[in-house]
Design a protein around this ligand. Sequence first.
Ligand SMILES: Cc1cc2nc3c(=O)[nH]c(=O)nc-3n(C[C@H](O)[C@H](O)[C@H](O)COP(=O)(O)OP(=O)(O)OC[C@H]3O[C@@H](n4cnc5c(N)ncnc54)[C@H](O)[C@@H]3O)c2cc1C
Ligand code: HEM
Length: 398
Amino acid sequence: MISAASRPYIDASVPVLREHGVAITTTFYRTMFAAHPELSNLFNMGNQATGAQQQSLASAVFAYAANIGDPSALAPVIERIVHKHVSIGIRAEHYPIVGRHLLGAIASTLGDAATPPLLAAWDEAYHALATLFIEAERAMYAKAGITPGQRRAMRVTEVTQESADVVSIRMSPEDGAPVATSKPGQYLSVQVDFADGHRQIRQYSLSDTTQPDSLRISVKREAAGAGTPAGEVSNWIHDNVRVGSVLQVSPPFGDFAPESESDEPVVLLSAGVGITPMIAALKRIAQVNPQRRVIFAHAARNAAHHAHQLDMAAAHKAMPHLQLITFYEEVSAHDCGVLPGWMDVARLPAWPRSEANVYMCGPLPFMQAQWLALVGAGVPVTRLHREVFGPDMLDHLL
Ligand SMILES: Cc1cc2nc3c(=O)[nH]c(=O)nc-3n(C[C@H](O)[C@H](O)[C@H](O)COP(=O)(O)OP(=O)(O)OC[C@H]3O[C@@H](n4cnc5c(N)ncnc54)[C@H](O)[C@@H]3O)c2cc1C
Ligand code: HEM
């Protein structure tokens, strides 16, 4: 909490931040990386280039200002960020650096409007928020039994081409120790040290948590587009990771949790490589509760781009109450039982709207469309859960 004296300054900042949020965070990153180039190893420089991270941090700061009177509204957001930070290896000593450059960016962007009392209020607010993060992150590092940034060497035991552009990588701890406990929906941060000395870290959802001695991730190759470069880490993984390779990874983190141990019906919706956490959930349910009612709907460009078809077929055999629905944008004469076009929730089997959780993962436009359609179809918002494969814009909190 912040002092009564500071509160009005923070309240008054909300419209200002709304207007200048991205400008502030863009200046913030620029000045911070200039002063601390070593920190660029922690950040996803692709997200910096596209502006996604600037927008995400602006949204977080903004959400904090907007909810300063009731910080409990932010608890789920803070939880998500803490998992992400811990998987990357953020340290307590990074917070003053971020605070200094964020305050500096607020001051330079707002100019004369950044009065000393306003800056003092933000200094206090940042310190309060940072303390909250630092404590939560310390507890999460302790629970995971690692020091910040500590990685585990995992040896690749299997590489499987799942579709035209997705490869699955199964790995086991190199030292033979047991794999860390994990849940479907969680991810590993994979750290890649490139030959020129720079480092990048990316998150990959687990696509199989059912084996006692190994974990599996599935990675889509992000090809170059018109005017956009090929994705750095995914292409490195596709081009370099083979059976016997050793990857440096974090333990599993993440609070997205398509619960697999419950008896409730559950709806799992995905598009593209967003299938990875859903297939992990499906495999786990098939293992622990094959009688459960599950609706699993997936949208892919076409059969060649439909990953995890074998996993889906195996679950279908094992689970009498599983309903599998597939949508392809491009349907060929060989595709059997496939619905044409984008996913349309109106074409899914009916389920008791208030009795099932719905989990979704895929590109943002896919999730926005499903979210709106499901709310329109009477699914309570409390039943909807999403995983974003990138910085979450948190707009729902603003
Ligand atoms: C929680 C979570 C779970 C995830 N799970 C999975 C998963 O299971 N499977 C999976 O495949 N992915 C997953 N991802 C996504 C993954 O972490 C990476 O973001 C993805 O692999 C792309 O990384 P990259 O290094 O290949 O691409 P990047 O180099 O990060 O590039 C990403 C995009 O930005 C564009 N870009 C980069 N630089 C520029 C530039 N200078 N100008 C313009 N555009 C630019 C690229 O063209 C590309 O389209 C997950 C992400 C999160 C956050
Ligand atoms: C109170 C201060 C902070 C806030 C409000 C904050 C907020 C955020 C948010 C909203 C995200 C995106 C999470 C997501 O949706 O996935 C994020 C990610 C991240 N944060 Fe922080 N953060 C703070 C402090 C820090 C510090 C001190 C560091 C270390 C230098 C840091 C490094 C990162 C990194 C590396 C990522 C992932 C970025 C990416 O992969 O693109 N953050 N943070």
